[in-house]
Design a protein around this ligand. Structure first.
Ligand code: URQ
Ligand code: ZN
Ligand code: ZN
Length: 480
């Protein structure tokens, strides 16, 4: 429905300007002061509010089969909850089991995602390797608009990618112009440390962070960065949780290597004391990997966002309810890893980031939307308030408040890691492809209304970097 949003301030990642926005046909059609619009256009008064690009969460796991169970949030309820919080696109993960053809897994996830209420896209995980994986990666990039491949360096004896898989897959990413991404924890160290904790009788959730100390993440982050350096391709590190990883990313970036870092809303605000809570359900509800860290790491992550060494924020929204977490009552290594956040990410980031002065509004838009759109090659269609862009818009009320609770959230999980936190700055309106789907607490998400977003491969700059390096000009020495 043709709509004009008047009286607000458009906030993009690069600039803020007081102006009107006219949307119709699912696209932003015009931007300007006191816009003339056709008769019958719906008028929305956004006085005193900010008109921002809808959030992009580049890291979710809706209805993920994992650790013997299935995440409780599905693609409809999860995207609907995202819309309630101002997030209008997600990038989820297709995670093939080892030996499962990538195309089979991709088709399965596409089937699950048909019910999405908002736009969605997929990273595809490379969890094993043979010629068929090589081939399927090509089909996914060239036929299906996948331009990023995930590698879990953790989860030994499950979906872990060892260095052989990493190098083979990274090489294929170069050929295809696809971004490699990593979950960077040394899976062997985690495996051994888990056994060690259990052998010492540490079976509760307090054993979880003890089996995955920051150095375990820092080693894998550095290893992935070095592999990418030698092979000369960009790298995206998901859920950077600690200074160890951030330092490796910062060093690489200072030396001109193209490394991107993502941090989670949870890791910015929650510390590892949660694992020492005497209530098992509370502690287990926070079991996710990498784990929540000591407070000093939160300060580092905020500095990472402020310095531009971390570019995106996400949630790793992967929901397991108390009855699912209980399987690890006597062995923390069995607790399904994952927490929620897709509904709360933007409000907690605004409250802790913008209200605190850590981030400008423009940096907030970068971190919650525009940067992910740029890195994953869907900008400015997504991540910007600009003519021709999808009409994915959140009208942000900086004076609005909400107290976050599992009792009132829209996420399909019986726990909220931000429980009780009162935030100032919340979405009053969310538009998804020009449809008003959230209005002051009234969620009007429509099952199946979401579109699959194809993300074009990277070409020019991506491949050029390899053509200039000495290694690739080298020739054999002639010896008589
Ligand atoms: O590791 C991930 O990103 C998935 C399996 C969600 N779980 C988690 O603990 N982060
Ligand atoms: Zn992960
Ligand atoms: Zn994840």
């Amino acid at each position: 429905m043709a709509t004009v949003i008047r009286g607000g301030t458009v906030v993009n990642a690069d600039v803020s300007v007081k102006t009107d926005v006219y949307l119709d046909g699912g696209k932003i059609q015009a931007i300007g002061v006191d816009l003339d619009v056709p008769a019958g256009t719906k008028v929305i008064d956004a006085g005193g509010q900010y008109i921002m690009p809808g959030g992009i969460d580049p890291h979710t796991h809706m209805q993920l089969p994992f650790m013997g169970t299935v995440a409780s949030e599905d693609f409809y309820t999860g995207t609907a909850a995202g819309l309630a919080g101002g997030t209008t696109s997600i990038i989820d993960f297709v995670i093939p089991s080892p030996q499962q053809p990538l195309m089979d897994a991709y088709n399965q996830w596409q089937e699950w995602a048909q019910k999405s209420a908002a736009d969605y896209s997929f990273h595809v995980a490379v969890t094993w390797w043979d010629d068929s994986v090589y081939k399927d990666m090509g089909e996914l990039v060239n036929q299906h608009g996948v331009n990023s491949f995930k590698h879990f360096m953790a989860y030994k004896n499950a979906i872990m990618a060892d260095d052989e898989i990493l190098v083979n897959s990274f090489r294929r990413c170069i050929e295809l112009g696809a971004m490699p991404t990593v979950h960077a924890e040394n899976g062997e160290l985690v495996f051994q440390l888990q056994k060690e904790m259990l052998a010492r009788g540490i079976t509760g959730p307090e054993g979880h962070p003890l089996s995955r100390p920051p150095a375990v993440e820092g080693e894998a982050t550095n290893r992935a960065i070095k592999i990418a350096e030698v092979m000369e391709l960009p790298l995206y590190v998901v859920h950077v949780s600690c200074k160890d990883s951030l330092d490796a990313i910062t060093k690489a970036r200072n030396e001109g290597q193209r490394v991107y870092g993502e941090c989670l809303a949870g890791h910015l605000l929650i510390d590892d004391s949660v694992y020492r809570n005497e209530n098992f359900e509370f502690a287990a509800a926070h079991v996710m990997s990498p784990p929540f860290r000591e407070k000093k790491h939160q300060a580092a992550l905020w500095q990472g966002l402020q310095s531009g060494n971390l570019q995106t924020t996400a949630t790793d929204h992967c929901c397991f309810c108390a009855d699912q977490k209980a399987v690890g009552k006597d062995d923390f290594s069995l607790i399904p890893n994952g927490t929620a956040g897709v509904e709360d990410r933007m409000a907690v980031l605004w409250d802790a980031g913008v209200n605190s002065g850590r981030l400008t509004m423009n940096e907030f838009v970068g971190a919650t939307s525009a940067n992910a759109a740029k890195i994953f090659n869907i900008y400015p269609r997504k991540g910007s308030i600009s003519v021709g862009a999808d009409a994915d818009i959140v009208i942000w009320d900086p004076e609005g408040t909400r107290t976050i609770s599992a009792k009132t959230h829209h996420q399909n999980i019986d726990f909220n890691i931000f429980e009780g936190r009162t935030v100032k700055g919340i979405p009053s309106h969310t538009f998804s492809n020009g449809n008003l789907v959230w209005l002051n607490g009234d969620l009007r998400a429509e099952r199946g209304a979401g579109n699959y977003i194809k993300r074009p491969a990277f070409t020019a700059g991506f491949k050029a970097s390899r053509l200039n390096s000495e290694q690739h000009k080298a020739t054999a020495v002639k010896r008589n």
